[in-house]
Design a protein around this ligand. Structure first.
Ligand SMILES: Cc1cc2nc3c(=O)[nH]c(=O)nc-3n(C[C@H](O)[C@H](O)[C@H](O)COP(=O)(O)OP(=O)(O)OC[C@H]3O[C@@H](n4cnc5c(N)ncnc54)[C@H](O)[C@@H]3O)c2cc1C
Length: 429
């Protein structure tokens, strides 16, 4: 490894690094593309910690496009490329009160306009389909104290569901290796190297008057030189970019997942009318961003909470789930809407970090001299990975447009910074 040289060095073997490496290599079979990761295997940063949810219901047309064509690609990966990635169209169900539904009417119309297939259910329909759901709380004082919203409507997205994020990351790894790509695990980039275009061999280079570019990285296994360095290091990207004065346009924030396996939750696996498996869809409660979904392969329920305000931005190397966060914050809300959770405690839990672009909540694919930065996936990098990677590959090739899976075209600069052209997302989880 010491003294290694390659055409493209990708830093990070998460979903965005491996999918970008795959598409760059696929388009440039003659180029030597190498991926490094500080961990011992793929997806060990945040990708494998994901809930694996995917949806094409987004208010931003850009987000819709990125996710919709990635979802089509998932199908291709499973059905035609033969990867077992656990693709499961369970659907997404947003439970809403009257005020929120009508207040967001414009957003729902916008989603429908750009092709998001959805069905609106009223309270009676929901009660009939989900007998275990409590929609109104009458004079329940605790519900009033908790400020719980009633359920008046459900918005159900069909082209939505979940995927095994770990298997998906490994599928990209396998495809990349099949093409002859190289991966070096256990290799950490300590810093990016910045060198002058024309070296004068004077100590202290590059000086401000020299044109400089990134030429690879100093790693724990020695220096790696590359014509192009792709930084896809997720929440750790700022550690590489900050020292060079390059912005990562994201901040890390903890997200937790709680897993339940309990016979009392059996009813959630016996709900007709939403999907072919007869389970609840990924369901978003009308309060506090609490959401859960069934994991059919193991008969478990995975639950998360989009706790934004009050949850600090902070880079954590090994974030942990907080038991009290479930018992003190989530449980009281959850059990009011779904009493089947009464007395049920998580059998497992973990935490990871979102790389949040708080400005427009969309990913960033942007160049710097000798480098491409791919990141700021803002909590939805799994469901948009293939499109993001194709855009990175198009940027590498110097093309103005990328062709997403299925043939739809995307202007590469739209996800960049200087000529960014995206619509802020308002349906954030
Ligand atoms: C709890 C949770 C639930 C989520 N749920 C969903 C969901 O339902 N749907 C969805 O689409 N998304 C979800 N996400 C978000 C999704 O997981 C991320 O958007 C996605 O994994 C980001 O991929 P990445 O490749 O940018 O980052 P990562 O997967 O973190 O990859 C970055 C890689 O870079 C490596 N690295 C970092 N620094 C260095 C260095 N200096 N040298 C070498 N290697 C380095 C790391 O080891 C890591 O493997 C969730 C995230 C969390 C935490």
């Amino acid at each position: 490894m010491i003294g290694m040289e390659c055409d493209v060095l990708v830093i990070g073997a998460g979903i965005l690094g491996l999918s970008s490496a795959y598409h760059i290599k696929r388009e440039n079979p003659g180029k030597n593309v190498a991926v490094i990761d500080k961990h011992g295997g793929p997806g060990q940063g945040n990708s494998a910690k994901s809930e694996g949810g995917f949806r094409n219901l987004f208010t931003s047309e850009t987000n819709f496009l990125l996710a919709d064509s990635t979802i089509d690609w998932f199908k291709h990966m499973e059905e035609e490329l033969g990867h077992h990635i656990g693709l499961s169209y369970i659907g997404y169900l947003f439970l809403l009160n009257e005020e929120h539904y009508t207040g967001q009417k414009e957003s729902w119309d916008r989603i429908r306009d750009h092709g998001g297939e959805m069905r609106v259910l009223d309270r009676e329909e929901l009660e009939e389909m989900i007998p275990g759901l409590v929609t109104h709380f009458g004079d329940d004082e605790e519900a009033e104290l908790l400020g719980l919203n009633p359920v008046d409507y459900g918005v159900f997205g069909k082209k939505c569901g979940c995927i095994d994020a770990d298997a998906l990351t490994r599928a990209y790894e396998a495809e990349f290796l099949n093409l002859g790509g190289e991966i070096h695990y256990g290799t950490e980039a300590k810093s990016l190297t910045l060198e002058p275009e024309q070296e004068l061999e004077i100590p202290g280079e590059p000086f401000v008057w020299q044109d400089a570019h990134i030429t690879g990285a100093e790693t724990t296994q020695g220096k790696i030189r590359a014509d192009t360095t792709v930084v896809a290091a997720g929440v750790w990207s700022e550690g590489l970019l900050d020292p060079l004065g390059v912005d990562s346009f994201m901040r890390p924030k903890k997200r937790q997942l709680f897993v339940f396996k309990d016979p009392r939750l059996e009813s959630l696996f016996n709900v007709e009318g939403f999907n072919e498996y007869g389970t609840m869809p990924l369901t978003i409660l009308p309060k506090a961003g609490v959401l859960f979904r069934p994991e059919r392969s193991e008969n478990t329920i995975w639950l998360a909470c989009a706790d934004n305000l009050g949850r600090k931005y902070e880079l954590e190397e090994d974030p942990q789930a907080e038991e009290g966060f479930y018992t003190e914050s989530i449980y009281h809300i959850l059990v009011k809407y779904f009493p089947c959770f009464e007395g049920v405690r998580p059998m497992n839990s973990w935490a990871g970090q979102y790389a949040i672009n708080g400005y427009d909540e969309l990913p960033v694919v942007t160049p710097a001299p000798g480098m491409i930065y791919v990141g700021a996936a803002s909590g939805s990098g799994i469901m948009k990975c293939d499109s993001i990677a194709r855009i990175a590959a198009a940027l590498y090739a110097g093309r103005e447009e990328a062709e997403l899976y299925g043939g739809r075209r995307f202007r590469v600069a739209d996800l960049g910074i200087h000529n960014r052209n995206v619509e802020r997302e308002s349906l954030i989880l």
